[in-house]
Every structure is written in C-alpha cells, then in structure tokens.
Write a protein that binds this ligand. Sequence first.
Ligand code: NAD
Length: 471
Amino acid sequence: MVKICCIGAGYVGGPTMAVIALKCPKIEVAVVDISVSRINAWNSDQLPIYEPGLDGVVKDCRGRNLFFSTDVEKHVFEADIVFVSVNTPTKTRGLGAGKAADLTYWESAARMIADVSKSDKIVVEKSTVPVKTAEAIEKILTHNSKGIKFQILSNPEFLAEGTAIKDLFNPDRVLIGGRETPEGQKAIGMLKSVYAHWVPEERILTTNLWSAELSKLAANAFLAQRISSVNAISALCEATGADVSQVAYSVGTDSRIGPKFLNASVGFGGSCFQKDILNLVYICECNGLPEVAEYWKQVIKINDYQKNRFVNRVVASMFNTVSNKKVAILGFAFKKDTGDTRETPAIDVCKGLLGDKARLSIYDPQVSEDQIQRDLTLSKFEWDHPTHLQPMSPTTVKQVSVVWDAYEATKEAHAVCILTEWDEFKSLDYQRIYNNMMKPAFIFDGRNVLDADKLREIGFIVFSIGKPLDS
Ligand code: NAD
C-alpha cells in the first residue's frame, strides 16, 4: 500500500488530502500538523475550516485511510510520498521584507524530512513557493540525508476557497513539474498515478520544475489582474455614467477574454493573491526586471485604491462624516462560503470607517466575534506572530459589535455595507431592514449582489460599485 503524508493541515492540506483519500481507498493518507488544536478539530465534528462538502468527504474516510495527527515524524518516516503544504506568507522582516515569501516553515519541514527519513521519498511542493525553491529544497535534503534519495516535484494547488471540494473533484488541470532525469520522470509517473484515480489523463499536465512553480504565481497574478482591471474600469464607470456590469458583459462575451472573474467589487482578498503577486514582484526585481515588477505592482495598487475609494464613497455620501453613526457591515470573510478572513477587504474598509469614528455592527455567517475583533485590532505582523499579541484597544472594543443576525446588525443603523457576497444577503427582507434603520437609509453594495432598483423603490439611497450614482 502506497503511503502519503502531508505536512500542513490547513485550507489546502486538509481538503486536498481528504479528496485523495476518498478517491484512492487503497492509499493511506496521513495529514500532520504542529498545531494541536487544528489536528484536534480535524478529528472532531467541528472541522477547523468551513468548506461546502468537506464534512461529508472527511467523515467517509477518516479512520479508514485518512488520518490526522500531530506525530509528524512518524508519518513522514513511513511515507513514500510527502506533500508539503505549509504556509508561505510574506516576509515581515529582513531581506525582502514586505515582498519575498517567508520560507521558514518550508525549510524546517525539509530539514525534518531529511532527518527522519530512512527510505527514498518523493517530496512534493504543494505550498505556493517562489520559482527555483525546489533547488534550495534539494540542497537542504541532500546535504542532510544519509544516503537517502529524494525526488522533488512541484504540484501547486489551484483550488479556490469556498469551492475547494468541487475544484478538487473536477480540476481544470493538475500540474506536476519534475526533473527531466529518468528518476524525475519516474517520480512524476508515480504522482500521476495517484491523480489518475479520478482526473482524466488529458488534464494532468507535466512540465519542468521551474515552469510548474512559476505557473502557480502567474495564474494567481492573472486572476488578480482581471479583478483589478474590472475595478479600474468601475471607477471610470462611476465618473461617466457607464454601468460596469454592462461593460463587463460586453467585454466578456469576446471569446478571447471570456466572462469569468469580471465582477467589480470592493477589492480582492484572501491569503494568496496579494502575497503571490508581491512574491512575483520580488522575483522580478531579483532577476533585474524592474519594469516587469512595476507592471505587477499596479494590480495591488489598484486593489488598495478600490478599498479606499469605497470607504471615501461611504463617508462622502453620508454628509462627509460617519462619526458616531452606526454602520452595519454584512459579510467579513474575503468571499462567500468560507470563514477565512485573511487579507479580506473588510478589514481595510472597517478600519477606514473606524478611523472616522463610525460605530460598526458586523455580521458574517461564518466568522466568529473573536476573529473579527483580532483582525481589526492587531496588525498583520502581530496576527502572524502570536507572541506579540496585544490587548484589544478599548476604543475598538467600544466601536465594534459583532452580532449573529443581519437584522440585528442593521437595526437603527444609518448605513449598510455589503462586503461579502453571501447568498443569504440577497434574500433578506429589505423592507423590514429599511423600517428599522435611521433615515436617510444608505446601502453600499461592495459586491453588486443586490437589486438596486428594488431597494430604491423601498426608499434606500443605494451605491453599487461602478454603477450610475443616485442623485
Ligand atoms: P494554512 O496556514 O491554512 O495551513 C498551513 C499549516 O501548516 C498550518 O496549520 C501550520 O500549523 C502548518 N505548519 C507550518 N509549519 C509546519 C511544520 N513544520 N510541520 C507541520 N505543520 C506545519 O495555509 P493554507 O491556506 O493551507 O496554504 C498553504 C499553502 O498553499 C500556501 O503556500 C498557500 O499559498 C498555498 N495555497 C493556498 C490556497 C488557499 O486557497 N488557501 C490555494 C492554493 C495554494
């Protein structure tokens, strides 16, 4: 029986390995992590992450051929294939701070693999890493092993949070990069045979290592660039009276462009887009390509601009001040169907409104009060380094309340901001919400999910991204 171990039981490691275990009942899959609380949650009924369909998959195979454990070394020792799916955040200090990927977790995983291995292994990069990382990993593994042979493969993950299980069941492609040596090709064949249990052969792409590593960064950069492109056009729409939905539809019907990922919004978030573009920028700079770096930087600049623009629009519309006004925030996760708040635009929007002394009442169906308070109180550095945790500032505590109902959040509010496109926000009773709000009642739809005309009929003053403005 082939044994797989995955180091890192996060948003990628957990779902990816659960699907491999489901589709390959004859393969034993162990997902290991240094976080005891995360592993305990994976072994409980309350999984550590929310993903539609994930519960069912985990329940089907947990204890059969899927195991979650903190005994990292034991499972690495036993495995034939070791996936590494640890976090690769942006460096916060030292050389490349603010741009380069922090590979500390990867390096310590690689050193541990070399240390405990007593048999040859395939080591798979599942995390998103800078191009050429495999070279560094190879050095660490070969210089620390005692005659054990390692083959490094790059197998970046393209799932999107919120649709992870669907994406894993039916991927557009699975990408495997490896060395062009006979050993490298043999390793590619072995990993291919795992995915071949359910992925059609023509969707399993094989490349050299550097192409696979760079493809993941490029794919995320392209996706984020589309969002920034349509958001840049949305600003022009508001200035001219054009409607961004009509423009995006007209543009997207061109088969060379396509309709997906053209929704204007308050901005993109999530743990990957910004970090991966920053990483791409850093790699370009290190390779003497400042013009290319500058090009990709613009994607992030437009995203920041869009979030600021939204805050300014809210404040300007509400007679130039939100001081002591109650603003209901509907949605805090960076997208629907996830509880993940990493880099969510809601953090910037809320901080912007708090800066003008608004009182916020926040509701998100999947994000806890504790998470929201921390996101709004701590800097990113403190959040990533829990030893630096500061007590919440008393001002923030007073200005922010987190509630478990959209109607409660909007009661006596001066304005509503939609910051996540949760389906349930489309079917709320907006007449009831209007009746219980202060007047004039404003709605700022940061995701363009509501029917603005219907809301106007009720009496709301409505702002949608990239749409003609209410007079
Ligand atoms: P995550 O933070 O949710 O999970 C990473 C896990 O690795 C954590 O639980 C952490 O405790 C564990 N870990 C770190 N060092 C470890 C070690 N030495 N031994 C054992 N466990 C260790 O991160 P994630 O969102 O799952 O992302 C993982 C990687 O996948 C990143 O490189 C990310 O860029 C990439 N990626 C993420 C997504 C996504 O949607 N989240 C999609 C594609 C790719």
